[in-house]
Design a protein around this ligand. Structure first.
Ligand SMILES: Nc1nc2c(c(=O)[nH]1)N[C@H]1C(S)=C(S)[C@@H](COP(=O)(O)O)O[C@H]1N2
Ligand SMILES: [Mo]
Length: 201
């Protein structure tokens, strides 16, 4: 495996690569199932559950300020890519548009294509999280989640939902697609929160 697809981390990069990860060559695509093709004309983003229900069009959403972000990306299948250059909208800026019930403690991320993944409010509201519209200066390609995906740099990349189209605010934790199929409920790469234990949590 080493050699063709992966390279050993360079010395100073080594500090930035979590345990058990190798640097990927290129930018691998990891999708469960088919790639949804969603035009910006038909794109909609919904909020529901313990929040005032709201629907945003592409122009509503992209009217928010746009920024550049550089972030490392860690897939639980053991590849990492450092310094991915993204552009998009801060999660905290989007949150200023919606009204969330203070009883909400957790979120289900929903996507075109039916993928789901869960995240706590605390992990979601971090300042460095963003909705990506571009990668390496180009509009986000469909296979990487275009027209828009979430990026949560401090957790394994399965939390960074591609083709995200909704947030369901929850009064208690529920599990998303991979989390129901054995992945860890949180997924922090530095402590290798990869899989849930066979005995529950
Ligand atoms: N909607 C959706 N989002 C998803 C996935 C998916 O299958 N569907 N895969 C996740 C996983 S496991 C990883 S590692 C990253 C991969 O992102 P990439 O294909 O842009 O590298 O997307 C995450 N987000
Ligand atoms: Mo992944």
């Amino acid at each position: 495996m080493l050699g063709k697809f992966f390279q050993k981390p360079e010395k100073e990069e080594g500090d930035r690569v979590p345990p058990g990860q190798h640097l990927a060559k290129g930018f691998p695509v990891l999708t469960y199932g088919a790639t949804p093709q969603v035009s910006t004309e038909e794109w909609e983003f919904r909020v529901w559950g313990l929040a005032k229900p709201a629907t945003f069009t592409w122009s509503d959403f992209t009217a928010l300020p746009q920024h550049e972000f550089t972030a490392d990306f860690h897939c639980v299948t053991r590849w990492s890519k450092l310094d991915v250059k993204w552009a998009g909208i801060k999660v905290t800026d989007f949150m200023s548009l919606i009204e969330v019930d203070p009883k909400s403690v957790h979120i289900m991320e929903h996507c075109y294509g039916g993928y789901t993944t869960n995240i706590s409010m605390e992990d979601f509201l971090r300042e460095e999280n963003f909705f990506a519209l571009k990668v390496f200066g180009e509009p986000l390609p469909a296979e990487h989640g275009g027209p828009m995906r979430l990026v949560v740099p401090h957790l394994y990349a399965w939390k960074s939902a591609k083709w995200i189209n909704g947030l369901e605010f929850l009064g208690r934790e529920e599990l998303g697609f991979w989390e129901r199929n054995g992945y860890h409920r949180r997924g922090e790469p530095w402590t290798e929160e990869r899989y849930s234990s066979a005995f529950g949590f």
